[in-house]
Design a protein around this ligand. Structure first.
Ligand SMILES: Nc1ncnc2c1ncn2[C@@H]1O[C@H](COP(=O)(O)OP(=O)(O)O)[C@@H](O)[C@H]1O
Ligand SMILES: [Mg+2]
Length: 255
């Protein structure tokens, strides 16, 4: 039991309750998808998991430790093992830094840490090159600036940054939503391959049930802050599926 969410509710204002009594357990190495239409509470859940958003009701524990929002010292260790990829990598990458510097930022923040997939004694540039290689980017990219990269390339850089600390949990909030279909598929393939290699837990958030069905072993469905369905991917077409899940499947024409 890696990540345990119990009775989590989030109220922004009197009239906006973004999450309603969410309970969910995610095992180590599992890939779990969270699906729901815009406004269903997905990003709120992601931010709470990262310790970025306060909440009053319920609890979130990771590997037995309670995640206390906005508590710097308790979050530091957690932030290393839990990384996040956002929809728009433009906001994650500093436009003034060449790619190689952005790539090495997380490792620079944890100087005592050396990822197992990098040999000892590499120079900074060699580390950046190796990270680019892992996410399938040509090494000539490393002196470029974010503005000189396509959306898919920037997302690969964000993924490289996130995995450089060898997180045990990777939270992806609509990481492919702004990309063309073929690029989306490539990014999903990359995530799948990285997950297989590293055995990290992936929590993949999307409004696109097809993307989740491709990547994840299990899916939960959020509707207006409520978790209305939860199932293993093999049971996606089971008659027990919630009507809302069935509607999502039908709309995506994968039925
Ligand atoms: N900072 C905020 N203040 C007030 N309401 C918010 C805030 N962030 C999100 N909301 C509201 O909470 C609900 C869930 O939003 P969000 O978690 O972003 O959903 P999703 O990511 O599924 O689109 C929506 O009704 C949204 O308008
Ligand atoms: Mg969102």
């Amino acid at each position: 039991m890696s990540l345990v969410i119990e009775g989590l509710s989030k109220q922004y204002t009197k009239s906006i309750q973004a999450l309603k009594h969410i309970s969910l357990t995610v095992s180590d190495g599992e890939s779990i998808g969270i699906v729901g239409e815009s406004g269903s509470g997905k990003s709120t859940l992601a931010r709470i998991l990262l310790g970025l958003e306060p909440y009053k009701e319920g609890s979130v524990t990771y590997k037995g430790k309670l995640i206390v929002p906005k508590n710097r010292s308790s979050l530091r260790a957690y932030r290393k093992s839990v990384q996040m990829i956002f929809q728009d990598s433009t906001s994650t990458l500093n436009p003034k830094l060449p790619i190689w510097k952005s790539l090495l930022e997380p490792l620079d923040n944890y100087k005592e840490f050396s990822p197992s997939f990098l040999e000892q004694g590499l120079t900074k540039l060699e580390k950046a090159e190796k990270l680019l290689e892992i996410v399938g980017l040509d090494k000539e990219m490393f002196s470029r600036y974010p503005v000189e990269l396509s959306g898919g390339q920037k997302q690969r850089v964000s993924i490289a940054r996130a995995i450089s600390l060898e997180p045990s949990l990777l939270v992806c909030d609509e990481p492919t939503a702004s990309l063309d279909m073929t690029i989306q598929v490539q990014i999903l393939q990359l995530l799948k391959e990285l997950q297989r290699k590293t055995n990290m837990t992936i929590l993949f958030i999307s409004h696109d049930i097809r993307a989740v069905a491709y990547l994840c072993e299990r899916m939960i469905v959020l509707k207006e802050g409520l978790m209305v369905d939860e199932f293993k991917m093999a049971d996606i077409y089971h008659s027990d599926r919630h009507p809302y899940t069935k509607a999502l499947i039908k709309a995506a024409s994968i039925d």
